[in-house]
Ligand binder design. Structure first.
Ligand SMILES: [Zn+2]
Length: 76
């Protein structure tokens, strides 16, 4: 079995897996924040979300996103 590419998952599929938000991190200024995904259209993929995401602090579009998996251990 191959792992799913999380970036190819849609909001709908993420929600099915128990994800209700994504972690976003700005590669320019280092700001990180969480964004709820239940306001995003269900067919939108994580890759598309990343493409649309803009840092609220510095305005950079160089932003990484990853799902907030419900069972993921807290990482630092
Ligand atoms: Zn930034």
């Amino acid at each position: 079995m191959t792992n799913d590419d999380p970036m190819a998952l849609s909001v709908e599929e993420l929600v099915e897996r128990g994800v209700d938000s994504v972690k976003a991190g700005c590669n320019y200024c280092g700001k990180s924040w969480s964004a709820l995904i239940d306001v995003i259209p269900a067919r939108t993929t994580l890759r598309k979300i990343r493409a649309l995401m803009v840092c609220p602090t510095c305005g950079s579009a160089d932003v990484d996103v990853e799902p907030n998996w419900p069972d993921a251990p807290t990482a630092h």
